[in-house]
Design a protein around this ligand. Sequence first.
Ligand code: ZN
Length: 164
Amino acid sequence: MYGQVLVLNADYSLLNAVTWKRALCLVVKGKADVVKDSEVNVGPFFIPQVIRLLKRVNGIYHRRIAWSRQNVYLRDKYTCQYCGQRVRESRLTLDHVLPKSRGGRNSWTNTVTACFPCNNKKGNRTPDEAAMPLRRSPFQPTVWEFMLARLKKVEPDLLRKAAF
Ligand SMILES: [Zn+2]
């Protein structure tokens, strides 16, 4: 069958590639414009080669991602949020900003990626108490951010498992 269709963002920057079915679906639903058609048609429609998302529907990429340890690592780009070092996944730990023992929860805004030494050093303290500032405040990522991470080719294998 026909290959992948390139998806451009509203500003014409490269965003993603999708199957032709998905691309046609976006166009038919009015969520994307066709930038370039192919020579192949399905019923009345030419299969697009390139489509562009309309600005008003960027919201489809604002769907939230489920919390999981792996997804926190991915959000943080496999980088310790205390020392900034990028570490192999097997060497990473999940740190609770407010420690679990003090009521800290498994949530996007209370968990960050940390290397073993930093997690040890922080121990049962908050970043303030430990004088270990976070490089970036933890946040709830969207599909959009995960796609950007993929475009930057961060761990393609894990991204495929990231459930979107
Ligand atoms: Zn560290």
